[in-house]
Design a protein around this ligand. Structure first.
Ligand SMILES: [Zn+2]
Length: 380
C-alpha cells in the first residue's frame, strides 16, 4: 500500500492505517517556508556552517561552530571568581546574532554610554530604492552614501555627533533592502522632539538629490523616516533596534547564493560608525567633561568589574566548558558563571558576608555592589 498521506478538512488521514498524533495537523505546515525550515538555532547553525564551508569561508565556519565552548576565567583581589563565555561575535552566528544575546547586549550597553546622557535622542532611517538594493551596490558606494547622509543630518540638526549603522534587510526575508540608520543626541528640537515640517521636507529633498546624483536616477521623492525618543525606555528600544544584526542567520539563509556572497563581502570593517564628538577618538574626553565615567561604565558593560570589590578582575586563563568546576559555581545567565560568594553578594548585598570566596584571602569590608548610573542601566 502507498504510504502517501491525503489531507481533508485540515486533518491528515493516513492511508496506511496508522494513528497519527493530532499535533501533526495541517496548521503546523502553513507558516512561511522561509521560517518553517529552521526551528532551532542548531539546525540553522548546521546549515550555515555547511554553506560557509563549501563556499571558501572555513575560518568563519569554524569560529561559528565552536562559538561558546570555552570561558574566560577572571578573579578579583578578594578571590571572587567569574567565568565569561567566549563568543564568536559574528552577527551571522545564530546565537551571537540573536536579539538580547550577550553580544547584542554588550553592543547596546556600550552605545548607551555614548547616547543616553542627553535628554532627546533623534533617529533617521534613509532607505535605498529597492532596485538599487537588489543591484548590490559596492561597499565603497554605501560608505560614501552614509557619509553624505550624515552630512545632511549634521547640517539640519544641532547635534554633537552620532552613530550610523547599515542594515541590509528589512523585516521580510529573501530580499536585500538596504537602509542606513542614524542615532544622535538632539539639541535643537523642542522638549518633545518635534521639528518643523519644513526641516523634514528639506532633508527629504537633500536625500532625493543625493540618491539621484549617486545612482544617476530621476527620483521625485525618496524614502526616509525621522523619529525621536525622550524617555530612557524608548531610547533603549531605539538603540537596541538599530544595533541588531545587519542580517540574521535565519534571514541570510533565505537569500540567493549571490546575495549571500554579497553580504559576506560587506562584512569587512565596522558597520557601526561614530561621528563628531562621539567618534572613537573623541568620545571619552567629550563625555568625561560631562561627568560620565566612561571607563568604569565600559568595564561594567563588558563584565570586567567585580561586583563585590568594584575593581577590575584579573585574567586567569581560558577554560573549556567541560573543565569548569561547576559544583563551585552558579549561573548568572547563559553565558556567565560566578562563585557562590559573588552570587550571594549579588542577591543579598552586605548580608552575604558569611559566604567565603573559594580562594582564601583576607576579606576587607564589603562595599555595596557597584551599579551603572541609574539612567544607563540596561533593561532587557
Ligand atoms: Zn557566536
Amino acid at each position: 500500500m502507498s504510504e502517501q498521506l491525503t489531507v481533508s478538512h485540515g486533518q491528515i488521514e493516513p492511508e496506511i492505517g496508522l494513528q497519527i498524533d493530532p499535533l501533526c495537523s495541517l496548521y503546523a505546515q502553513v507558516r512561511p517556508p522561509a521560517y518553517n525550515r529552521y526551528q532551532t538555532n542548531e539546525l540553522c547553525k548546521d546549515e550555515l556552517v555547511d554553506w560557509l564551508t563549501f563556499n571558501g569561508q572555513q575560518t568563519m565556519a569554524g569560529r561559528i561552530e565552536s562559538c561558546g565552548t570555552a570561558f574566560i576565567h577572571l578573579i578579583d583581589s578578594e578571590g571572587f571568581e567569574r567565568y565569561n563565555r567566549l563568543r564568536c561575535k559574528n552577527e551571522l552566528c545564530p546565537v551571537c546574532g540573536s536579539k538580547n544575546s550577550s553580544v547584542h547586549k554588550r553592543r547596546v550597553g556600550r552605545a548607551l554610554i555614548r547616547l543616553l546622557w542627553n535628554g532627546l535622542l533623534g533617529s533617521f532611517v534613509f532607505t535605498l530604492p529597492a532596485e538599487i538594493s537588489e543591484a548590490r551596490p559596492s561597499k565603497d558606494k554605501i560608505n560614501k552614501l552614509t557619509k553624505k547622509a550624515w552630512q545632511i543630518v549634521k547640517k539640519e540638526f544641532e547635534t554633537p555627533g552620532g552613530l550610523s549603522r547599515v542594515h541590509l534587510m528589512g523585516d521580510k526575508p529573501e530580499k536585500l533592502r538596504i537602509h542606513i540608520n542614524f542615532l544622535f543626541p538632539l539639541l535643537n528640537a523642542d522638549n518633545r522632539g518635534m521639528v518643523p515640517k519644513e526641516k523634514i521636507e528639506t532633508v527629504r529633498n537633500l536625500w532625493t538629490a543625493t540618491l539621484n546624483k549617486s545612482f544617476n536616477l530621476d527620483l521625485k521623492e525618496s524614502n526616509f523616516k525621522y523619529g525621536f525618543a525622550d524617555v530612557p525606555g524608548k531610547k533603549v528600544n531605539k538603540i537596541k533596534y538599530v544595533l541588531r544584526p545587519i542580517v540574521t542567520a535565519q534571514k541570510f539563509l533565505t537569500l540567493s547564493d549571490d546575495d549571500r556572497h554579497y553580504v559576506l563581502s560587506l562584512r569587512k570593517g565596522h558597520n557601526t560608525r561614530w561621528y563628531g564628538n562621539l567618534s572613537n577618538a573623541k568620545y571619552k574626553k567629550y563625555l568625561n567633561e560631562r561627568g560620565v565615567d566612561v571607563n568604569k561604565l565600559e568595564n561594567e558593560v563588558d563584565g570586567l568589574l567585580s561586583p563585590v570589590t568594584g575593581e577590575k578582575y584579573r585574567f586567569l586563563g581560558i577554560v573549556q566548558e567541560k573543565d569548569l568546576p561547576r559544583h563551585n559555581l552558579r549561573w548568572l545567565d547563559g553565558d556567565t558563571l560566578v562563585d557562590f560568594g559573588t552570587f550571594a553578594f549579588l542577591q543579598q548585598g552586605e548580608t552575604a558576608t558569611h559566604t567565603k570566596p573559594l580562594i582564601k584571602s583576607k576579606r576587607k569590608v564589603l562595599k555595596k555592589p557597584s551599579t551603572l548610573n541609574p539612567q544607563l542601566t540596561i533593561k532587557f
